[in-house]
Design a protein around this ligand. Sequence first.
Ligand SMILES: C[S@@+](CC[C@H](N)C(=O)[O-])C[C@H]1O[C@@H](n2cnc3c(N)ncnc32)[C@H](O)[C@@H]1O
Length: 415
Amino acid sequence: MQESILGSAEENATPDSITLDLFVTGRLMAKKLRSPTAAALVEGALDRRPVSGLTHNYYRYPARFSPAFARACIETYTRPGQVVLDPFMGGGTTVIEAMVLGRRAIGSDINSLGVFIARVKVSPLSRSERAAVTRWADLVVPSIRCSDAAPLTGRIPRNMTMPEARWLRKTISLLLSSLDRKLASDRSRSFARCVVLNVGQWALNGRRRIPTAAEFRERISIQACDMLSGVAELEEAIVAVSGGTHRPILRQNDAESLHLDKTIRRAGPADLVVTSPPYPGIHMLYHRWQVDGRKETDAPYWIAAQNDGLGSTYYNFADRRKAAEDRYFRKAKAAFSSIRSVMRHGAVLAQFIAFSDPARQLKRYLSMMKRAGFVECRGKYERRTWRDVPSRRWHASLQGDTSSSREVVLVHRAT
Ligand SMILES: C[S@@+](CC[C@H](N)C(=O)[O-])C[C@H]1O[C@@H](n2cnc3c(N)ncnc32)[C@H](O)[C@@H]1O
């Protein structure tokens, strides 16, 4: 018999059909469900407040989920000291929430950019490192002029050649070369790099008008100040909960080889997985910004000083054409089998997943999860929690408007 995790919703009971599944009805629905566990999870999943607090806003990682969702899962399924894993951690939302709840956090992702961002987000800074970053933001940044004679260092990111972005390229380049001169520790340099990454994303990604030099520099100072408050808040929270002793483990891995990672094996087995994998038929730009119309630039890797992967297929399991769906499901099966092997028997795996064509792909996805060693936790008449994803910039295999793509929460147990 299937175990019920999201509680009963008999008032809406219907046969199992995704078209009749629980659609977004906001908090009201969470309250209607009887079990408090169900209410917390549904409320977390449907949370639409802007992401805020701690270090969550260091970067707007594509398709990041709400910290409230990660928090609800962690509080529901684990106790302090237990191991929480996110094998597709992106910008590290799960890892941060696990840390501040006193759990042992493990995060992994194939994307070096995600690992860089997550590492900065979980790294406290000493008082002297904070002071050095403040000096850099308040004194060095305002003094940088793109008319400086200093030569450009490093490679030029792709598609950053349009005339209005030239000064920005130069400003960023000068800012990056100031880091080695002005900041003594690796942590403070990475932190400042992440400030530039955040403001670079704001200035370039999908922007019609590229901001002026003065606007860019001013934003750097504001952002550095915000991020310093975030890191102070994080540090206070982790000291309060665990004395600051649980350092998270962050790794760069293809999820299908997680079981080969000795560090992860030693730290496990995981008592809970909270995650959000790549989506079938949907192509997310985890690795690019769009400039000058829809041209893609690898500028984030340039700023973060990280190696780029091998194109969008590398970060999405497969490309978004329907013909590539078999590859998607092969990759997903290999990844979830590997994830299963680093989990405790009976541990929960909660995931957010979107589909370009839910009516067709959900069934196949559930069958893939079963073959990978999981059983869904859902009563016979119990509905899954779905939500619309309005205004998300993604590219699906469907023709035309994809603004109605939908996400669902799936809860499984490792068998
Ligand atoms: C939906 S995002 C996760 C976002 C994350 N929950 C957050 O809040 O930031 C999916 C992630 O899966 C990663 N990914 C894609 N293919 C992967 C693979 N084969 N192994 C590990 N990670 C992969 C992508 O790089 C991306 O960061």
